[in-house]
Write a protein that binds this ligand. Sequence first.
Ligand SMILES: Cc1cc2nc3c(=O)[nH]c(=O)nc-3n(C[C@H](O)[C@H](O)[C@H](O)COP(=O)(O)OP(=O)(O)OC[C@H]3O[C@@H](n4cnc5c(N)ncnc54)[C@H](O)[C@@H]3O)c2cc1C
Length: 455
Amino acid sequence: MWHLTSSGGLPSTVPPAQREPPLSCDLLVVGAGPAGAAAAAHARLRAPGLATWLVDQQAFPRDKACGDGVGPGVVARLVTLGAGHIVAGRRPIERVTIVGPSGATAGGDLPPVGGNRPVGYVVPRVDFDAALFHHACRLGAISYAGWRMTSLDTSMPGHVQVRLARAGEALSVRARAVIAADGVRSTIRRCLGVPYNRPRHTGLAIRAYVTAPAPVFQDLEFPFLAPLLPGYGWVFPLDATHANVGVMLDASRYRHSPASLEVLLAQFLRAHAARHGAPLDLHGRKAYMLSFGSQLPRLAHGRVALIGDAGSQVNPFTGEGIAYALAAAMLAVDSLRTTGIDAPRPFAAYERAFRARFERHFRASQFAKRLARSRRFADWAIRAAARSPVLVAKSTELLMGEGTTVSPRSLLTVLTHGWRWPAAGGSSRPSVVRASNGGVPWIPRPRRRRATEAS
Ligand SMILES: Cc1cc2nc3c(=O)[nH]c(=O)nc-3n(C[C@H](O)[C@H](O)[C@H](O)COP(=O)(O)OP(=O)(O)OC[C@H]3O[C@@H](n4cnc5c(N)ncnc54)[C@H](O)[C@@H]3O)c2cc1C
């Protein structure tokens, strides 16, 4: 016998009497993280005639390893999805601080995306994802939370056959189109024969929540520390005394690191405490992978589209993924609407639109990341940014906006402005300070490497 799962505590929009599921649906969205929930919500808003099912192997709320950084690109898309309430009442953040390996600091405003006020938030994913999931359900998406998608058959014309399972039960669903939003280790991607990203296009990151004894957290802070380059650490404030902190580095670099992710995080926190003079109380460590957009796979596969982490739609430099996941979700649904769900390749327009919008952006971010592999370049760039508001704006555009170039002019600014330390206590927009100890201290690497936790 088949059962619809509850939508994680909230009433489904479908009354119990009508809850016998049909054998088929129009649009099956697999994975109800930001990408899948946004796709289901957008489908309900823009194509309400399509019966849309939203499947996730977990029930909501569920946690996800993340920096919880919600940039301007996410905010703009939440508003379009009618989900602005997810950030309403949260503490807005307008500034970014970048710290170089030698302790130089440059600050600037967040970049505008979609013409909105450039503002970001830090929202724990356990809350963010549950809120977006419930939003999609309230709009009429049918929840299959708690069901795992186990296999997919694309060999039949006109539909895709998908199998779902949970604790001893199985379900076979015919869908006219499938959106795969099932994350970095996407089962659908594997079923389609699309290889996962290679190690140098894969990131590893660990996050934790910290409490400081006194107010120290203000901006979104990105310390670029030598042992992580071109990866970095982050301090994303929930409020003045609570923050999400973490470190990210390439899997190919991590292979050769003698320190585990936990050790790298501990070292990072000690460096932070030395800079701010406040030891941090830590809990909730969680690590996971990221698949970077520097190895973007084919996204449209007949009646199946890969979106979000399943489609490697993550900024290769910053690891930011939510903004691209929401953009892809909306473009995929728009493609269904404009091409027609019964067309042989209903997601072809999605593939074209996503590449047109983000491929150059990912390439430019990857180029900047290559440059940042050099500690000297990273220091010069941050010192130059401290002197040049234009360079700060260009950098944040690349890191957290949709910038598409690293211009020769920017590189020239790095060379001409970055070679010497600015005077301490210079102007604050952009600002530069030299850490009192002459730079961020880095603790020697441990001799033995400890096991890495998984998410
Ligand atoms: C440590 C870390 C820090 C990060 N920090 C940031 C940040 O600050 N800001 C930012 O924008 N991005 C950040 N990212 C990236 C961001 O987390 C991802 O890009 C984002 O989660 C992508 O959303 P998604 O919906 O594609 O995938 P996910 O959020 O991973 O959701 C996938 C969903 O699919 C479900 N699923 C998987 N397999 C199946 C299956 N077989 N059947 C049914 N359901 C399935 C899972 O349960 C999950 O709910 C970070 C990533 C990491 C690892």
